[in-house]
Design a binder for this molecule. Structure first.
Ligand code: PLP
Length: 481
C-alpha cells in the first residue's frame, strides 16, 4: 500500500510546482499580461472576426506546453468579443479591472483562505466585514446592518429579495396576493431574482415614469391603498440609483418616505450608481439610500474592480442572517468563534472566493481621492459628450444625464429613424475603435453612451465623437447615392 501511495504522490507531483517552475510559469503569464496592458490604448475594443473557435482544436484534457496555452489565451480568449478592459468601452455598464485587484486575486488564490467562515479565516472575514461596514456607512446606514460581497449585482439583488421575502414571512400560498411596485426600467436581473426567489406569481405594478425615466412616486401610495382594499399584500417597492438603459436616479427619498409610511420593504438597485456617493455632488442626489431596507452596489462597476464583485447591504442585518443561515453537524466547531458574522450565514455561498482582498488592496494602496476624482471625471466626460453631440445637427438627445449614461439618436432626413440608428450603431461597433451599445425605449431605437471605465478620458470621448461623425457621413453618403 505504501508503494502505491508513493507512486501516486509522484504522479501528482506536477500539481505542486517547485520554486523555479513557479517562477517560469509566472514570468510568462506576467509577460502576456504586460503585453496586453501595453497594447490596450491601441487595441481593438470590439473584434467581430475572432470568435475563439480554435479553442476546440486541441482536446481539453490533453496536456500542452505553457507557451501554446498562453497563445490560446491570447488569441482565443483575449482577442474575440468586447475588450472590456479598454477605456473605449462605452457600452452597457463598463466594468473596471484595476491592476492592483489582480494581485489581490492572485494572493487570494495562493492563500486559498476559507473566507466564508470566521472560524476558518478570521482575518479574511474581518476584512470583508470591514469593507461591508465602510459601504454601509457610505450610504448612511447606522448600526445593525449587514451585508455580503457577492459575485455581482445579480446575486446581490437575489440575496436582498430573499431577505425581504422572509422578513415579510411570505409563504408559497401568499405569493399570488403579494404586490411589488417597480419601474419598467428596473434591471432585468431583478425580474430574474424575483422569479428565482419563488415570487414569479407575485403582482408587479409598474409605476409611471416621468420624462427622465424616473418613477413618479406620487402614484405609489394610492396603489398601495387600493391593493390593501382588495386584500392584496403590498410587499416591496424597488427603485434604482442609476438605471442601466438611461442612467436615471429614481426619487429615492420620496419613495423612501412612502415606503416607510406604508410598511413596504424599500429596495434600491444602486449596482451602477451607488459609488457616486463618494462624490460631494451626489450626496444630495442620492439622498434616500439611507432609508432603504436593502441595497445593491457593485464594486466591479463604480469602484473599477475586475468583474466578480457586487455587494448587498441589508439595514436590519438580522433579516439577512435569518434568511440565509443554516447549521450542519460537521460545521459544529465553527460555532465557537462568533466575533464576526460569517459571510456563509449571510449568503447562499459556503466555500467562496476571498473577494475582499481585490477590493481592500486598491482602497488601501491609493486611498479614496483617486476614486472620487475618477468618478467625477466620468460625470464631466458624459456632460461634455452630451454638449458636443448636441451641437451637431440632426441629433436628438435624451435627457441631460443624471450620472454617466445618456442616449441619443440621429434623425435622418429620409427613411426610418430606427433602421438608420441601428445601422449607425452597427457601423460604429464594426469599426472596432470605440464601443457604444443600444437599447429601445418604447418603440424608439436609441444609441447609449456609458462612461464608467477608469481608462476612459477626454481622448476616448473625442475619438468617439469623431467616429460617430465619420460613420454618419459614410451612411448619409450611401443613402444619398
Ligand atoms: C443597475 C444594474 N443592476 C444590476 C446589474 C446586474 O449586475 P451584474 O451584471 O453584476 O450581475 C446591472 C448590470 O449591468 C446593472 O446595471
Amino acid at each position: 500500500m505504501i508503494d502505491k501511495i508513493n507512486a501516486l504522490e509522484e504522479k501528482a507531483a506536477v500539481l505542486s510546482p517547485d520554486k523555479e517552475t513557479r517562477q517560469a510559469l509566472r514570468a510568462k503569464a506576467i509577460d502576456l499580461a504586460e503585453e496586453f496592458l501595453e497594447d490596450l490604448p491601441h487595441s481593438k475594443i470590439y473584434n467581430l472576426d475572432e470568435t475563439g473557435k480554435k479553442l476546440y482544436d486541441t482536446p481539453l484534457v490533453e496536456p500542452d506546453s505553457w507557451d501554446n496555452m498562453l497563445d490560446v489565451i491570447k488569441n482565443e480568449i483575449d482577442l474575440p468579443g468586447i475588450n472590456a478592459a479598454s477605456g473605449r468601452h462605452l457600452g452597457y455598464i463598463p466594468g473596471g479591472g484595476l491592476y492592483a485587484s489582480s494581485l489581490g486575486d492572485y494572493l487570494a488564490a495562493v492563500y486559498n483562505k476559507y473566507a466564508g467562515v470566521y472560524f476558518a479565516a478570521p482575518g479574511a472575514v474581518r476584512m470583508e466585514n470591514q469593507l461591508i461596514n465602510w459601504m454601509g456607512e457610505l450610504i448612511g446606514y447606522k448600526e445593525g446592518f449587514a451585508g455580503n460581497l457577492t459575485s455581482g449585482g445579480s446575486i446581490a439583488n437575489l440575496t436582498a429579495i430573499v431577505a425581504a421575502r422572509d422578513a415579510f414571512n411570505i409563504k408559497g400560498r401568499d405569493v399570488e396576493k403579494t404586490v411589488i411596485y417597480a419601474s419598467e426600467q428596473m434591471h432585468h436581473c431583478v425580474n430574474k431574482a424575483i422569479r428565482i426567489a419563488g415570487m414569479n406569481e407575485a403582482i408587479i405594478r409598474y409605476l409611471p415614469l416621468d420624462e427622465k425615466h424616473r418613477i413618479v412616486a406620487s402614484t405609489l401610495e394610492e396603489h398601495v391603498a387600493n391593493d390593501r382594499e382588495q386584500n392584496l399584500r403590498p410587499w416591496m417597492v424597488i427603485a434604482s440609483a442609476g438605471t442601466t438603459d438611461t442612467g436615471a436616479i429614481d426619487p429615492l427619498e420620496e419613495i423612501g418616505v412612502i415606503a416607510r409610511r406604508n410598511n413596504l420593504w424599500f429596495h434600491v438597485d444602486a449596482a451602477y450608481g451607488g459609488f457616486f456617493m463618494l462624490c460631494d455632488e451626489f450626496k444630495d442626489k442620492l439622498k434616500g439610500l439611507e432609508m432603504t431596507d436593502s441595497l445593491v452596489m457593485d464594486p466591479h462597476k463604480g469602484l473599477f474592480l475586475p468583474y466578480g464583485i457586487g455587494t448587498v447591504l441589508v439595514k436590519d442585518g438580522q433579516k439577512l442572517y435569518e434568511a440565509h443561515s443554516q447549521h450542519a453537524n460537521y460545521m459544529q466547531d465553527t460555532i465557537r468563534a462568533t466575533d464576526e458574522i460569517s459571510p456563509a450565514d449571510l449568503s447562499p455561498e459556503l466555500s467562496k472566493h476571498f473577494r475582499g482582498l481585490r477590493m481592500w488592496i486598491p482602497i488601501k494602496l491609493y486611498g479614496l481621492e483617486p476614486f472620487k476624482a475618477c468618478l467625477e471625471e466620468k460625470i464631466w466626460l458624459t456632460r461634455y459628450f452630451y454638449e458636443q453631440l448636441g451641437q451637431l445637427p440632426g441629433f436628438e438627445l435624451g435627457p441631460y444625464p443624471d450620472l454617466t449614461v445618456m442616449y441619443f439618436r440621429y434623425l435622418p432626413k429620409f427613411g426610418d429613424a430606427n433602421e438608420f440608428n441601428e445601422q449607425l450603431a452597427r457601423s460604429i461597433q464594426e469599426d472596432g475603435r470605440t464601443f457604444l451599445s443600444t437599447t429601445v425605449l418604447g418603440d424608439t431605437f436609441v444609441i447609449r453612451l456609458a462612461v464608467l471605465s477608469f481608462r476612459s478620458h477626454l481622448r476616448e470621448i473625442d475619438l468617439t465623437l469623431e467616429i460617430i461623425k465619420e460613420k454618419l457621413e459614410e451612411l448619409e453618403g450611401k443613402s444619398n447615392r
